[in-house]
Design a protein around this ligand. Sequence first.
Ligand code: XMP
Length: 509
Amino acid sequence: MSEQILIIDFGSQYTQLIARRVRELNVYCEIHPFNHLPEKPENLKGVILSGSPCSVRDENAPNLDLNPYRGEVPVLGVCYGAQLLVHQNDGIVTPSEIREYGRARLEKMDQHYDLLKEMTLGNQVWMSHGDTISKLPSSFTNIASTADVANAAFKLNGEETYGIQFHPEVTHTEEGKTLLRNFVVHICGCEQDWTPDIFVESTVEDLRNKLGNDKVVLGLSGGVDSSVAAVLIHQAIGKNLYCIFVDNGLLRKNEFEEVLHSYKDMGLNVKGVDAKNAFYAALEGCVDPEDKRKAIGKTFIDIFDEESHKIQDVKWLAQGTIYPDVIESVSVNGPSATIKSHHNVGGLPEKMNLKVVEPLNTLFKDEVRRVGRTLEIPDNILNRHPFPGPGLGIRIIGEVTAEKVRILQNVDYIFINGLKERGHYDQVWQALAVLLPIQSVGVMGDERTYENVVALRAVSSVDGMTADWSKLPYDFLADISNKIINNVKEVNRIVYDISSKPPATIEWE
Ligand code: XMP
């Protein structure tokens, strides 16, 4: 098992970013909530304390005994984490009198300290806090300041424990990566050997040990995660991995045939199941988005279960679950409301009574792609845009029918191919077409038409949590609009969605 950094989460919106930055240094790390920490891992090399929306002065502020870590391994407190160190050691944290949000510069800095090595005086950092450290404990040494924040960074005397008031993980902190490298590599002494090759090697070996001669079933979706999970498990156990790829009738045009073909080319033992009609039947009369998701999810589970039972003696269900799906989050403001139920097939393991294997559950999406590249999975699978489990079912507003799916597939095909031909596909995070439940008047030659309206949407994003609408060139949009209206006779009007997330979501339903 590789060496690791433990990131203790106090509820900051940036905690996952810290983890991604550490992993970009090829160092493995895990995030755990402050109130639910695992036993100290044997190979622990250092600890990072995250920020938090709370104040250390609050009565119920997140707190933690740091003695098991301090002095044993290096510790870095970021923002709230730094204030917690001060608060626990008789320093003083008070509400800031001036605004400490946004850009600032490190104007005083002692680069003799390992944490600040190779950083430039005057470099920009990102501040985001309501409290400030007004007095450091006497056993702490100040090592950096900005014009407004005297105690921007400090070190505890006689131990490798540091605190910083700014956020090194966000890109606005220009030398944040250098600082994190200083901590993780120079101070914690991590070897930086957690690479995709090593991940593949050790995961395949672990899977071999865990699965032995057992049979495993896995549902392929055409997406990156299930494909990478399948190839990893296939490398470990070969033909004992049984893949099932269900055509739910809500995929993109020709996608089922093309992707099935790619999977076979990759040597996977895969069965394609045409279940279109079962899905259309389940969707009959369904208009509410959540009802549609449930109907699609339930039908998938039934079909998958039925198909799996055709394989003798299956012991395991493999899933392409990734790290963001399993990170326990710190709930500082009570449980968050369900906005959309994205876990479409959440009930599968319970229903099937199988043991679950999830080889990607420690990886972020971009890491899954990198592992996929190491495994030589074709680009047409690795670089495809995210596509929701309920597919076109939530891009047809109102009731879904086979005919509406056919119309939307034709529109989507022209849009997506256009993006690829003009080199825009890889620049946008996700692109989609939505069939609206209204007709509009048009003219075609001398005839009046009364046909469907379609909305096109393309967004840029890093993780789908926030997104900006893509500024695709006007001439491209004009060209695509003409092509769609000329080739899909059921459509006579195209609109382009110019809303960002939040407040709009990426999908319309
Ligand atoms: P929203 O619409 O919430 O979407 O901004 C964020 C990302 O999630 C995808 N999405 C889904 N994925 N099942 C999925 O597997 C769903 O029910 C679902 N709804 C949205 C969406 O395509 C985008 O990438």
